[in-house]
Design a protein around this ligand. Structure first.
Ligand code: ADP
Length: 504
């Protein structure tokens, strides 16, 4: 398989789409996680500083016991209580206290805060005016970030005097955590994608294997080995259904191929028999006939066999023309009663010859519609000649005409030999003949084209045909024809959608 074949394959497309979707999902989830982590760390730091501020409020007193202007912080807590000492020490890690002029008080700044750089007097005044705490980020001389919570407290002795107090915590730990998380997912995502992509490739390969097998079997199927079937996997899934459909298709093809093969054999036989007879008759005449009478007889016999030959060839030609849409219907206003009466009359003599009673039962006053006279006559003749042919002497053939609103119903019923259920579904197929074991094709038996042609004529007129038959009891063909087809042009030339229904 070359590069282009791989990239065009279903396996590649499926894996690529799957990998893309998987990657997008993974990156999306990772970003969401990171965002959640950042915001929860942020909330934690803010809460921590809010708690520290509560400590400031509780323990920090700004006093000026050293003179009027000399204010200084007094952390008033129980030095013997380790809890209190630790809490206050935690706050004292990073803090600054300044007066409203921006001057840092004595003992008003932790060593760490000094490394963060001084707070500008303007900024301090802004904080003193703000009812809400002000949050800012500062960096020490080594670049470590700190979150600062700046607000104010009032003087112990003078409640009108505000003092600027800023406390902070280093953000190094939470930033380190964020960075570590980012690196971790950045390293993991490609790994997971590569693994997922590999697994996708393997699984789609496995899933598509039956498709490849179907393709290989299909490739090895040809006209000569149509008996090949793809074994079902027994999973009952979509692929099994595909295999089943494929096998059914091959089966239908096999049936068609066999019919065509059978047909070729039958046609050769049908054509060979009259040709052999003609040849025999002519040879006999040539070598043995002495009188004009004998010659004449040989020629007359040969002509009748030649007529049989041309009938076969005409039937074949007509059917192939009909099925390839070359027969154009010549529609005209036609009274079906009159047509049927005419044909029944014509068939009286052959029916009598076969010892069969032929009757016509007209159950409607008028049944006129747009039909091709030649084709309709051909259709009814076919049905009637079959009925007479397959009915033993003493039997009965009955033709009825009925009308249901815009539909004409023609029935050709006989009390003949009937058709067994296994043959019934096939009798409208081309070249299909019901023939007993060992029975040879004979001129009386026909070519099996009659009913295919009947079905085509019915379809071309927008109608339907069905058959009911019981072995040794008789057969009824029922044709329904629309008197005024909905789309008149549709049946012209091309076969209109119709239906052939068989039932027993
Ligand atoms: P064929 O030219 O051989 O008659 P058809 O297509 O007209 O071919 O008919 C196909 C087969 O259907 C016939 O071989 C015959 O066995 C069966 N068939 C048709 N009509 C009847 C009928 N009325 N009674 C019994 N069998 C019939």
């Amino acid at each position: 398989m070359d590069h282009r074949q791989i990239t065009r394959g279903l396996r590649f497309t499926l894996t690529a789409v799957y990998t893309l979707v998987f990657t997008l999902l993974l990156v999306g989830v990772a970003l969401l996680f990171r965002q959640t982590l950042v915001s929860s760390l942020d909330t934690q730091v803010h809460e921590h500083l809010d708690q520290n501020w509560a400590v400031v409020k509780a323990y920090l007193h700004i006093v000026n016991d050293r003179g009027l202007t000399n204010y200084h912080p007094n952390w008033n807590y129980d030095h013997d209580d380790p809890d209190e000492s630790n809490t206050v020490a935690g706050v004292q890690g990073v803090y600054v206290i300044a007066d409203d002029q921006g001057h840092v008080l004595d003992d008003g700044m932790s060593a760490t805060y000094e490394t963060l750089g001084e707070d500008k007097p303007d900024q301090i005044r802004a904080v003193l005016r703000s009812p809400q705490p002000v949050w800012l980020q500062k960096h020490d001389d080594k670049g470590v970030p700190y979150l600062i919570r700046a607000s104010y407290v009032t003087g112990e002795t003078d409640p009108n005097k505000k003092f600027y107090v800023a406390i902070g915590v280093p953000l190094a730990d939470s930033q380190k955590l964020q960075t570590r998380f980012t690196w971790m997912i950045a390293g993991l995502i490609p790994l997971v994608i590569v693994t997922g992509c590999g697994m996708g490739w393997v699984f789609t390969g496995r899933a598509l294997k039956p498709v490849v097998e179907v393709a290989e079997t299909a490739q090895s199927i040809s006209g000569s080995n149509l008996s090949l079937r793809i074994p079902s996997r027994g999973a009952g899934d979509e692929l099994d259904r595909l295999i089943e459909t494929f096998n059914q298709m091959i089966e239908r093809l096999e049936v068609s191929f066999n019919q065509i093969r059978q047909f070729s054999t039958d046609v050769s036989h049908e054509l060979r028999t009259p040709i052999t007879i003609i040849r025999g008759q002519l040879e006999v005449a040539l070598f043995t006939a002495t009188t004009v009478e004998q010659y004449r007889e040989a020629i007359i016999n040969s002509l009748s066999d030649i007529e049989r030959l041309s009938q076969i060839v005409r039937a074949l030609l007509l059917l192939s023309q009909a099925e390839t849409g070359q027969v154009v219907l010549q529609k005209q206003q036609l009274d079906l009663t009159e047509v049927l009466e005419g044909i029944v009359d014509q068939f009286q003599i052959p029916a009598e010859g076969a010892g069969v009673t032929l009757t016509f039962d007209n159950r409607t006053a008028r049944c006129t519609g747009d039909f091709d006279r030649v084709q309709i006559e051909r259709m009814i003749s076919n049905l009637m000649s079959n009925a007479i042919k397959f009915t033993p002497p003493g039997g009965e053939v009955k033709v009825t005409l009925d009308r249901h609103e815009d539909m004409a119903e023609i029935r050709v019923h006989d009390t003949g030999e009937g058709i067994s259920p296994e043959h019934l579904p096939h009798i409208f197929d081309r070249f299909y003949r019901v023939r007993g074991a060992g029975e040879q094709a004979s001129p009386e038996k026909g070519l099996g084209l009659g009913l295919s042609f009947v079905a085509w004529i019915v379809r071309a007129h927008g109608g339907t045909i069905d058959v009911q038959s019981e072995l040794h009891k008789g057969t009824t063909f029922r044709v329904l024809l629309p008197l005024h087809p909905a789309a008149p042009g549709m049946a012209e030339g091309a076969v209109a959608p119709g239906e052939v229904v068989r039932s027993s």
